[in-house]
Design a protein around this ligand. Structure first.
Ligand code: MG
Length: 159
């Protein structure tokens, strides 16, 4: 069995009055991500982890933020496209682990829904999709509420 690991990282700035999409789920929040797409920073980091495992570049290469095609796009569609690429190359996702760093709002009530949503798009059981949320104890740009930062790791296999 061939195994590949990939990691992804993404940051978006936050601003009042924008929708906050994370892990494919709309979060009840007075602030949201500034972005060309819907700003789902968790999905973007996950896509980069999957692409990274295949050494296929990054999300910006596949879905440029200069293209009108991707303006305001639902990031779930982007993840679906990455999965098509992955499947076409004979890979499947073993598991993934995502850490969202955000000072507020509290994300705990949304974690299970995010896991189920992402698992559905990737076609794997939700016990193979981990989503964790942390604050940064009010330190740095995340702690000041200026941005949301996400780390993702994904393992792929091919038999
Ligand atoms: Mg992004």
């Amino acid at each position: 069995m061939d195994l590949r690991i990939g990691n992804g990282y993404d940051v978006h700035a936050l601003a009042p009055g924008l929708p906050l999409w994370l892990g494919g789920v709309l979060i009840d929040s007075p602030i949201g991500c500034i972005a060309h797409s819907d700003g789902d920073v968790a999905i973007h980091a996950l896509c980069d982890a999957l692409l990274g495992a295949m050494a296929l570049g990054d999300i910006g290469k596949h879905f440029p933020d200069t293209s009108d095609e991707f303006k305001g796009i639902d990031s779930k569609i982007l993840l679906g496209r990455v999965m098509e690429l992955l499947t076409a190359k004979g890979w499947s996702v073993v598991n993934c682990d995502i850490t969202i760093a955000m000072q507020r709002p509290k994300l705990a009530p949304y974690i299970v829904t995010m896991r189920e949503c992402l698992a559905g798009i990737m076609g794997i059981p939700s016990d193979r999709v981990s989503v964790k949320a942390t604050t940064t104890e009010k330190l740095g740009f995340v702690g000041r509420g200026e941005g949301c930062e996400v780390y993702a790791v994904a393992l792929l296999s091919k038999s």
